[in-house]
Design a protein around this ligand. Structure first.
Ligand code: GTP
Ligand code: MG
Length: 577
């Protein structure tokens, strides 16, 4: 059979160790935003991974990605897999439109066929292995192993397959890269480009959801498993968790229309006394399935008594930490909202990436649940700050609702979640402030915000009186009676305020002193990412001046630099006179 590959993709060489991050950094800088596009055309036509080009609506992007994932498979490959032969072998089942390799517990390949039927053909010709002491659970998934029949006879061209990076650089490497940028604005853009999820990583996220959907579909054939949160809202960083939810809402839709004649038919079902209980029962069963026969699913934990019941597990092959919930449509709508703001103005994502990463380095956020701020809360704070600029950089949520058409009407659990989906209806902002100004102003703004009396409300784009005594009140965009930062305690808020003031101060001092931009002294954004002495000790009272060792060192380097500059000027004058 003729080899029938479509556009076969190849990814840049995965150089091990530190060097690879510099390679990826230069790749990003040499052709900003186009490195991935050169390799292939993602389905969304995006200029930046995770963002739609041509202003596709959020649901159009979701639909396209979901369908793409259903045509894809995951394969665990031997280390020295001959790439061309592998593709030729797989092409027996149909045209391949896309592929890439990545490393996670060995080499894996994602193969995308142009038609779903190709996968059925591949599954028909695949056998279930039988060990001598181990017995397989014969679940036919879309996750395969491929082995060389006779490795010693295989002619290898000696090259290892090229693997796509799935991890972000260390903070030390990142700080070094940022020091090589031209300006604080350049640093902010560089940070986002280095940390953001790649096109391949996004595909892998949708494919992982699709593999879980196959398992859930054994019970609920018409269900879908949808990713939400930072995997889809365009604020995702490489390595972020994979939030997904089991959507059963479409099951039974339109069935009323199908019943013609004198009778109406309905399913015999078991009933329970609350929706929460139904969710718990469903998730419990799916959790058991994942644990018992979900290929690659390990460390499955059922956390059914949480406010939002969930099943947490690791998907070993993709390397994702997954949280599976059910009936979580409001969270998907929140993801759409963030996605819209991220698409409206390029400064939104850039600023949010810097603020979120800064917060992580300063231990203001954590992967462990606790009294910390979350990335979701921080993103809402960035959105609010940009709404408050003069003129505003992005509009209020009420404005987005007012522009919505009849097709956008959306009520979830009694909450009006209507949002305009056609972003061309929104006028671009007249604000031309640069990112370096915005970063400094963000810290200044929240370093002096009246958290004791005001709440943050992105629906109105204005602060409002706080309805309760929580240290910080960020109104939930779609459930107005809820505070998304209700978990944050006074101590954590004080740390945030203190570090925000300190960061604003560092940026302002550098600006005044015209500090030379060298790679030996972290400057600009890089200076804010150094670990703070405050992280180890208890929060101090927020102050306006420099208070810790980090600032002292920075000040010393600023002074040393300006001393050098004035000596040089004096010498120059002496020579001239
Ligand atoms: P990461 O930290 O990168 O995972 O960011 P994330 O946005 O994915 O946050 P997280 O995994 O904590 O939550 C996933 C999604 O759930 C968020 O994007 C929101 O849509 C939603 N979410 C998280 N926290 C809250 C909350 O307190 N209230 C509401 N309504 N939704 C929340
Ligand atoms: Mg998440």
């Amino acid at each position: 059979m003729a080899v029938c590959m479509g556009l076969v993709t190849r990814l840049p060489l995965c150089v091990q160790g530190r060097g690879r991050f510099f390679d990826s950094f230069h790749r990003h800088l040499s052709s900003p935003g186009t490195a991935i596009l050169k390799r292939e055309e993602p389905p969304t036509g995006s200029e930046e991974p995770g963002l739609p080009g041509n202003r596709k609506t959020f649901s159009e992007v979701q639909k396209e990605r979901h369908e793409q994932a259903q045509r894809s498979i995951l394969i665990s490959c031997p280390k020295k897999v001959p790439e061309k032969r592998l593709l030729k072998h797989l092409c027996q089942h149909g045209e391949i439109t896309n592929h890439f390799f990545f490393e996670s517990f060995g080499i894996h390949a994602v193969i995308e066929y142009s038609k779903k039927e190709s996968i059925a053909s591949l599954q028909d010709s695949t056998f279930i292995p039988h060990g001598e002491t181990e017995f397989p659970i014969p679940f036919k998934s879309r996750f395969f192993n491929i082995n060389l029949k006779n490795p010693s006879n295989q002619i290898s061209d000696g090259t290892l397959v090229q693997c796509s990076d799935q991890s972000s650089p260390s903070n030390v490497d990142l700080v070094e890269m940022l020091c090589n940028a031209e300006s604080v604005e350049g640093q902010i853009i560089t940070l986002m480009r280095i940390l953001q999820v790649t096109e391949e990583n996004i595909r892998l996220r949708y494919l992982t959801c699709s593999l879980i959907e196959d398992i859930a579909a054994a019970y609920f054939p018409a269900c879908t498993v949808k990713p939400f949160g930072s995997s889809v809202n365009s604020f995702g960083k490489l390595g972020c968790d994979l939030d997904m939810f089991l959507d059963l809402d479409d099951i039974g839709k339109n069935s009323a229309a199908k019943t013609a004649g004198s009778f109406s038919m309905e399913y015999q079902v078991k009933n329970v006394s609350s929706e929460r209980w139904a969710t718990q029962k469903i998730l419990s069963v799916i959790g058991e399935c994942l644990d018992n026969f979900g290929p690659g699913c390990v460390s499955v934990q059922k956390i059914l008594h949480a406010r939002c019941p969930l099943v947490r597990f690791s998907h070993q092959a993709s390397g994702f930490q997954c949280d599976l919930t059910a009936n979580n449509r409001i969270a998907l709508k929140s993801s759409e909202l963030l996605y819209i703001y991220g698409t409206l103005d390029s400064r939104v994502r850039a600023l949010a990436f810097s603020v979120r990463y800064w917060a992580r380095q300063q231990a203001l956020t954590s992967s462990i649940p606790g009294a910390w701020l979350t990335n979701f809360s921080l993103t809402i704070m960035v959105i609010f700050f940009l709404q408050k600029r003069s003129p505003p950089i992005i509009p209020s949520l009420d404005y987005l609702k007012n522009l919505a058409g009849a097709e956008d009407k959306c009520i979830i659990e009694g909450n009006d979640c209507t949002l305009v989906s056609n972003l061309d209806r929104i006028k671009p902002s007249l604000n031309t402030e640069t990112l370096d100004i915005l970063l400094c102003q963000f810290f200044e703004y929240f370093g002096n915000f009246a958290f004791n009396k005001n709440s943050i409300n992105i629906r109105k784009g204005k602060e409002q009186n706080k309805p309760d005594s929580s240290p910080i009140y960020i109104q939930n965009p779609f459930e107005p009676t809820l505070n998304v930062s209700r978990n944050v305690n006074e101590n954590q808020l004080e740390r945030f305020v203190h570090l925000a003031r300190e960061s604003a101060w560092i940026l302002q001092q550098e600006d005044k002193s015209q500090l030379s931009k060298s790679s030996s002294h972290p400057w600009g954004l890089a200076a804010l990412l150094l670990p703070s002495g405050l992280n180890k000790s208890k929060a101090k009272k927020p102050g306006k001046g420099p208070t810790n060792e980090r600032i002292r060192k920075l000040l010393e380097s600023i002074k040393a630099d300006s001393a050098k500059r004035s000596t040089a000027t004096r010498e120059k004058r002496t020579t001239q006179s």
